[in-house]
Design a protein around this ligand. Structure first.
Ligand code: ADP
Ligand code: MG
Length: 697
């Protein structure tokens, strides 16, 4: 159907299907629709000028270049230079050749000049194009010309009609899809649906139409995913066999009201024979772990298995200790599985999971590797969910489904999972302290129920946050000494060196050596990501037991670590950290009754953004407020784990900036699915040719 060069271009640009080229939209445009007389062009303008070559020569100084002198009639002369050129171009640009050059006018040695303009050879009356020329995103070795031809070919061959009725209820009328594509690929200069400034800013009716269609595809696929989930089976778990009452009775505290409420929401889901898909959000320290342990009880009471997954070894260890503490007295053994588990111990654990003698396992993603099989997995709990990439979450789902049905779900050619009934999938509970703003949750997680713990356990002393210049480091160290000698413990978090693990290691080792030297009266421990798991566990154990005063650490302690007696944290080079990360780090203190403090050391000469970010952390203790501010500063990537997975879920629309379109698409989706199932299928093929898996994760 497509011409071969079209296919080749599509593949080079990373599209499996050349039809996708219709949505390969320009980055910007060049205006070749008019010729500016040279005398009317000002320095700094980007203009198209026509003239006849008078002279051209290759110069070697200051570097090799082709210099062409162009006569533009009574307008004078223009010089242009090509720094990279082919012999064919030298031959083309002989005296007498008429050319049109497009570029920025700059002051040159001999007068006006252009450096590396676009040019093309024309005849005296070659007509001007009446449309702006698109400039497409490209890859090395692929010319704009080739892309333009390929896009043309695709536009001519692909059916661009609207498979679904146009969006209604918009304040302004939007063009149909085909017209929007025409306006974006070939905009008329200065014409209405396509003002070039709007086009480049990705605004205006044509762009709004494209964004709406993209958001609609997303909403439709989320609805389909939800519908798909309704066809899956999971064990209904209405009873807890009295375990819950026993666990709660053994606690030294009572549940907060918020913990009680989210637990009831979870229990309602678990009682149903469809898999739960719930996100539990709660700020750092709000007590999610206990809710998770309580959520596991109905599955355990019914004799099923539960898997609890954490993003790091340290966190897995911490979870293990908590679960062990709470569940052991109820007669539930807790197993432990990370990549660090080897040999006989690992063999025994794998066997126990496969046979079903182990009912609850805590671990890292090692839990979902190929060598692990579960006998009867009914519930998967994922802690710090945002730390896992989309791909990992998907793998976990598939694993769970295979395990539960012993009949793998096979994706069909489009990558879609079959909608047949009778497939088993375990219940899924995800937890995160990184709150997802409502508009994002609506956009990305429509197939997700959300519970929020909006209250911290009582008796917490608020954390006092101070920002201090690194020049006052010595004072901070002195205060730290007094503090630790008074019986408290502290963390010292080392500067983040994102570029290099080696440098990161050196930074933490240097800080440790220096602090150990400066604080001879304190026991100073060291923990970082390059240590072996059992080494890390030993250090954490010693810190927890109060054998170390000060723990010098990298961000390995970022999530979940819970040592109530540690009430002071110093973060070096705080300006290098993201806000969510600082909030997580700071959340390691303020867990006990002591007055807690967090000192953010910063290098002087802070940039404006860095200053604003530190101020946000200084001013707010509430993760939701910080998340809102962070979102405004940095965009949504961080919240979605999109960075880790490298997957971009929306190419054109922005769920925040285009919130009105998102709302419309969301409202329209159910009716469209009902009335136009075939149109929906065509719309999704256009927008999500590689299947819907991403949205199910
Ligand atoms: P996070 O939500 O950040 O995972 P944790 O589950 O680690 O928080 O809980 C933080 C601390 O609060 C733990 O020491 C936990 O035992 C304690 N905790 C949990 N629930 C309560 C409660 N209702 N009252 C008092 N302390 C609680
Ligand atoms: Mg936690």
């Amino acid at each position: 159907m497509f011409l071969d060069p079209t296919k080749a271009v599509a593949h080079k640009l990373g599209y499996a299907d050349p039809a996708a080229l219709i949505l390969h939209l320009p980055l910007r445009y060049e205006d070749e629709t008019r010729i500016t007389p040279l005398r009317d062009a000002h320095l700094g303008d980007t203009v198209q000028v026509e003239g006849v070559v008078e002279h051209s020569e290759i110069q070697n100084r200051p570097r090799r270049q082709l210099v062409v002198q162009l006569s533009c009639g009574d307008s004078g002369h223009l010089y242009f230079r090509l720094l990279h050129f082919y012999p064919s171009q030298v031959a083309l640009l002989k005296p007498g050749t008429r050319v049109r050059v497009l570029g920025e006018i700059r002051p040159g040695y001999f007068g006006a000049e252009m450096v590396h303009p676009q040019f093309r050879v024309v005849r005296e009356n070659t007509p001007l194009p009446d449309r702006l020329s698109p400039v497409y995103p490209s890859v090395a070795g692929l010319s704009q010309y080739a892309i333009r031809l390929a896009v043309e070919d695709a536009l001519a061959r692909v059916d661009c009609s609207d498979p679904l009725p146009a969006p209604s209820d918009l304040p302004e009328p939007l063009p149909n899809f085909a017209a929007a594509l025409q306006a974006l690929h070939h905009p008329p200069p200065d014409a209405d649906p396509a003002d070039p400034a709007d086009l480049e800013a990705r605004e205006g009716p044509a762009w709004r139409r494209i964004k709406y269609d993209e958001l609609l595809a997303q909403q439709l696929s989320l609805r389909l995913a939800a519908r798909h989930r309704q066809t899956l089976c999971a064990p209904a778990l209405p009873e807890d066999g009295g375990l819950e009452a026993r666990l709660i009775a053994a606690l030294p505290f009572v549940l907060t009201e918020a913990q009680g409420r989210v637990l009831r929401e979870i229990r309602r889901d678990l009682a149903r024979p469809q898999p739960m898909n719930r996100m539990l959000q709660g700020d750092v320290g709000s007590g999610k772990t206990l809710v998770a342990a309580l959520a596991a009880l109905p599955a355990l009471a019914a004799g099923h298995q539960v898997a609890v997954m954490a993003p790091t070894e340290i966190l897995a260890e911490q979870l293990y200790l908590k679960f062990h503490e709470w569940l052991q007295p109820l007669g539930v053994g807790v197993a432990w599985l990370t990549a660090a588990l080897k040999g006989k111990a690992k063999k025994a654990t794998l066997l126990g999971l496969a046979e079903g003698s182990i009912r609850l396992a805590v671990g890292t993603h090692a839990l979902f590797q190929n060598d692990v099989s579960f006998h009867d997995l009914a519930l998967v709990i994922v802690d710090e969910q945002h730390r896992f990439g989309v791909a990992q979450r998907l793998a976990l789902r598939t694993k769970g489904a295979q395990v539960a049905s012993s009949e793998p779900l096979v994706a069909n050619a489009s990558g879609d999972l079959p909608l047949a009934t009778g497939h088993w999938q375990p219940h899924l509970l995800m937890m995160s302290a990184t709150p997802i703003p409502r508009s994002l949750a609506m956009s990305y997680f429509a197939d997700l129920d959300v519970s929020v713990i909006d209250e911290l356990p009582p008796g917490r002393t608020p954390i006092v946050t101070r920002t201090v210049s690194a020049r006052r480091r010595a004072e901070v160290v002195a205060r730290l000494r007094d503090y630790c000698l008074g019986g408290a413990q502290a963390y010292w978090v080392c500067p983040l060196v994102e570029e290099s693990e080696k440098l990161q290691l050196r930074a933490v080792q240097e800080s440790h050596a220096e602090l150990a030297l400066q604080l001879p009266e304190l026991k100073v421990g060291l923990i970082h990501g390059r240590m072996k798991a059992d080494e890390k566990a030993a250090v954490m154990g010693a810190f927890k037991a109060g054998e170390l005063h000060l723990l010098v650490a990298t961000t390995v302690i970022e999530v979940g670590v819970d040592v109530p007696n540690a009430a002071l944290m110093v973060i070096e080079h705080a300006e290098r950290y993201g806000l969510a990360q600082l909030h997580q780090l700071r959340g390691r203190v303020g867990r006990g009754a002591r007055v807690s403090a967090c000192v953010l050391l910063y290098e002087s000469a802070l940039s404006d953004t860095a200053r604003r970010r530190l101020k946000i952390i200084h001013d707010h203790n509430d993760g939701f407020a910080i998340a809102r501010a962070d979102l405004a500063l940095r965009g949504p990537g961080e919240f979605l784990g999109a960075k880790q997975s490298g997957q971009q879920m929306l190419r054109f629309a922005d769920p925040l900036a285009d919130a009105d379109l998102l709302e419309l698409a969301r409202a329209a989706a159910p009716g469209l699915l009902e009335q136009y199932p075939e149109g929906v299928e065509r719309h999704l093929e256009r927008w999500l040719p590689r299947g819907l898996d991403l949205f199910r994760a």
